[in-house]
Design a protein around this ligand. Sequence first.
Ligand code: G1P
Length: 283
Amino acid sequence: MAVRTVVIPAAGMGTRFLPATRVTPKELLPIYDTPAIQFVIDEATAAGIERVIIVTSRSKPSIEAYASSASTAKVAVCVVYQDSPLGLGHAISCARNAVGHEPFAVMLPDEIMGDSSLMKSLIALYDRTGTSSIGLKKVPASEVSSYGNVRTVEMLSDGATELISKSVSKPVSENLVSISQVIEKPKLSEAVSDIVIIGRYVLAPSVFDHLATIKPSLNGEFQLTDALALLANENQLVGIVSDITRYDTGTPMGLLRAVIEIALGRKDIGPQLQTWLENKFRN
Ligand code: G1P
């Protein structure tokens, strides 16, 4: 079945962005003139997604207000609620009824990608293999502890690659991996590789059954990574190691960088901003 739905978890309190997030959810903070979450909705739509389910909290009514104005001819946007902050795995399971029994994408709105190529590739990989497919990235060893970390077994070489987006810059066979182990935010000494999970996933509906069986783990939360680990145990998890441009907007500094870099890349304001920055730092 085609992947037509994305779940965007957006129930967090955004405490790193206080006082901005006292009344404005972090997902609605602007990247110049566009709320961060709109970039994720646009990336999903460009990858062929038709249905966006935002998981939010009742204490963030403006997310629902934004969602109600965000549907277009191409995409329908709705919200479901996560009533207690019990972790990413719990947030995804709150969307179970809305998703129904079909594969779906998950896109974390704290990460803005330079384009939709990774999502397109993950959807193509799922279509070809019927196996849950996640976005991965190589990082310096010192950064592994901030992410879900994977052990990869082998490059896929069964021709699954042909339908995968041409936009993955290295030969695709070098980027496709099957995953044998997944561990959430390991200590440096416990890391199983230098490859980590970035916030793009295409998941088989069976992940909801796994989410229903996991127990709270790191930080007392239900971790999506623990459900992915169960898929990996069953040989049902593959990934694409990507070097896509990625802005981490989960911290104020990351958000500021995203604003500047994305604005610099825009035709309407980029040149003006560049001139201003050059003048400012001339001496
Ligand atoms: C979440 C996931 C983690 C993943 C990361 C990507 O962590 O739990 O596995 O690597 O997103 O950004 P968070 O950053 O929400 O703590």
